[in-house]
Design a protein around this ligand. Structure first.
Ligand code: MFK
Length: 616
């Protein structure tokens, strides 16, 4: 110590470092990185050396980073779920190998997509307008990989019958956190394929369908979904201004302005517009909307009849180009609902369903990834004398995250199961209703959960969770979009309300087998609905979000109990169900009891929100 102090005085930077290096090298809990430095000789004279070549004294302890391991092997619930429902050796080994590929290859590309975001090149060096979106090589590799791995194709090949969607979505669930947001174009591609298939694959969409569902990278296409205009993000029916002029060859020429177009480097798009009559008049509202298909690139990959106005400067999802597009007479657009003009929203609804399911898959996969990293880190990081994993409070936090994630996973997989049944003709009427109801429930609930769980996950890394180049902050930024795009929480809550009012009776009895807490929550929900219909108009709208949350919690509770009752279930499955049911499962009932949804308080709500500006 004496020697150390002496050296600190004589050569601060160099000797402090060396001394610390020696001390820490005896510590068992700390990781000491042996840096590439000359050993300090015991009896070295304290003569001045060439200072400009000495190392900075930054200490010898370096925290080990969390290590990503095969996400398939590290996911007990995913494996249990597949063992129970899809016990296929081929599926198991595909996911196992894919999991390895994600760790050793793809995850690095995902990071590259984040650090090399897309750029818009508007003009070439000679002044010609080109509107080229330049993406990173990693983004392009993601496209090839998506085709090779069948990330869209699996859903259409249907090798596993009604379980094919579950298989596809499990693979996407593994892929999503490493994908550099390539899951976004895949969501829309899948949605477009489903829309085309539902409307009948023929004429110009024949080639599109086979490309969207191809496993050959040379042929594979992605699709955009251009719905959002400046007036209509949620209110598509009245906000869409795009006009479609019929052409003599039966196609349409589109003019309008699309305000958010994600993955704008796509090869084709589905979009909405209003067909103009001979006098240029269009029908307002939802009834005036038609659905169009257009291939948007020529043989050289250049857009035609489109000006890319600018790329969006976004909070997250920076890996992916999102653009404002001026449709400046986009030609050769085909109307997909020729026979029934004005059915645009209904025709694109299949795409909404699919992208909302993809959104839910991405949400639950983000939760799972942050947990996998956090639990690994808890074995590597020590504080207050022991690894984080040995601190009860830390483990309680991880347990709560785990329970949330398990519940979300089962909810999302149940929706995938239902869509698989519907697509293969196995769905009962109840299944079809449940699919319609649970798609928005899963989307709205998991979108919000993902933000909360990932935020909590970042905290479990302490300050490192806030450091950009760990890759962790991007997870939170990217999660924030999950509750916004493809329908915000409130828009989807109102959608849930629409589904319930259509067929209120189908949902409730089906869950009556659940355990006591689920059962009593279910009774509470029934009681609430019975009373709510007698309330003044507007009451149910104010309750819509809590109602959707109650449905999600009760249904997830039933799924967790169901999974825990399976003969192959683990003790943790049962424990997860118990923990889930500890929370309030029917918040809409308790909030109703406190008068939360009384419409008389609306003026006071407004007064409260606007108080500051009213005083100005
Ligand atoms: C990582 C993965 C992420 C994927 C990201 C992709 C990035 C894309 C970026 C975007 O976010 S694009 C913008 C997304 N925009 C929305 O999601 C719109 C949100 N608004 C709604 O969902 C509104 O509820 C809706 C636009 C659908 C309301 O429009 P309308 O015209 O008022 O519809 P209406 O009258 O309720 O329904 C018209 C028809 O469509 C009805 O059919 P019928 O006439 O036969 O009865 C409805 O039943 C049907 N419909 C509406 N919503 C449906 C649906 N059918 C099935 N599912 C639905 N969700």
């Amino acid at each position: 110590m004496h020697l150390l102090l002496h050296r600190q005085v004589t050569r601060p930077g160099y000797w402090v470092h060396t001394g610390m290096y020696r001390l820490l090298s005896h510590s068992s809990s700390a990781k000491v990185v042996k840096r590439d430095m000359a050993p300090f000789p015991q009896d070295a004279p304290t003569v001045e050396g060439p200072a400009e070549f000495s190392r900075a004294g930054i200490g010898g302890f370096f925290q080990q980073k969390p290590v990503l391991k095969n996400p398939f092997l590290g996911d007990a619930l995913l494996q249990g779920y597949l063992r129970r429902h899809l016990p296929s050796e081929a599926v198991y080994s595909d996911l196992l190998v894919f999991g390895e590929r994600l760790v050793y290859e793809v995850d690095g590309w995902g990071r590259e997509c984040e650090t090399t975001p897309p750029k818009l090149v508007t003009y070439d060096p000679w002044g010609c307008r080109v509107d080229r979106i330049v993406t990173s090589p990693a983004w392009q590799r993601m496209k090839d990989l998506s085709a090779q791995e069948g990330l869209v194709a699996i859903g259409y090949e249907r090798t596993y019958g009604e379980w094919s969607r579950v298989y596809q979505m499990c693979k996407l669930y593994l892929f999503s956190p490493s994908s550099g947001l390539y899951t976004c174009p895949l969501a829309m591609t899948d949605g477009a394929a489903k829309v085309i298939q539902a409307l009948g694959v023929s004429g110009p969409t024949q080639e599109a369908f086979s490309r969207l569902t191809s496993r050959n990278p040379e042929d594979f296409w992605t699709s955009g979904q251009w719905m959002t205009e400046r007036k209509g993000g949620s209110d598509v029916g009245s906000g869409t201004e795009t006009v479609a002029l019929p052409q003599s060859d039966g196609t349409y020429r589109l003019s309008g302005f699309k305000w958010f177009t994600s993955a704008t480097d796509a090869d084709m798009t589905l979009t909405l517009g209003r067909v103009a009559d001979r006098d240029g008049r269009t029908t307002p509202g939802s009834r005036g909307l038609s659905l169009f298909y257009a291939a948007v690139r020529d043989e050289d990959g250049m857009v035609q009849g489109i000006e890319v106005q600018r790329l969006k400067d976004k909070l997250g999802t920076r890996q992916m180009p999102t653009a404002e597009l001026l449709l400046d007479g986009l030609t050769d657009a085909d109307c997909l609902n020729h026979e029934c003009t004005g059915r645009g929203v209904a025709c694109i609804a299949n795409m909404l369903t699919l992208t909302r399911i993809h959104n839910s898959v991405s949400a639950v996969s983000g939760m799972r990834r942050v947990l996998q990293l956090a639990r690994d880190y808890a074995t590597r990081r020590s504080a207050f004398g022991k690894p984080l994993k040995d601190h009860p409070l830390h483990m309680q936090t991880l347990t709560r995250m785990e329970v949330e994630t398990r519940g979300a996973f089962l909810l999302v997989m149940d929706v995938c199961r239902l869509i698989g049944r519907e697509e293969t003709g196995h769905a009962s009427q109840l299944d079809t209703h449940l699919l319609r109801l649970l798609t928005p429930v899963a989307k709205l609930y998991t979108g919000k959960q993902a933000i909360a769980v990932i935020s909590e996950g970042l905290e479990s890394f302490g300050g490192q969770g806030y450091i950009e180049d760990t890759g962790l902050p991007a997870m939170l930024r990217d999660a924030q979009v999950l509750s916004i795009w493809e329908g915000t929480t409130n828009v989807l809550s109102l959608d849930v309300l629409r589904c319930i009012s259509v067929s209120q009776s189908y949902f409730l009895p089906s869950l009556s087998v659940a355990v006591r807490s689920v059962d009593s929550a279910l009774c509470g929900l029934r009681e609430f609905l019975q009373e709510a219909v007698l309330k003044p108009p507007g009451y149910l709208e104010l309750a819509a979000r809590d109602l959707a949350y109650s449905l999600a919690r009760i249904y997830i509770g039933a799924l967790l109990i169901d999974h825990a009752s399976w003969e192959g279930a683990s003790q943790s499955d049962a424990y997860a169900a118990l923990r889930w049911c500890e929370q309030e499962l029917c918040p809409v009932l308790s909030n109703a009891a406190t008068g939360c949804y009384n419409t008389e308080t609306l003026p006071q709500d407004a007064a409260l929100v606007y108080e500051a500006s009213a005083r100005q």
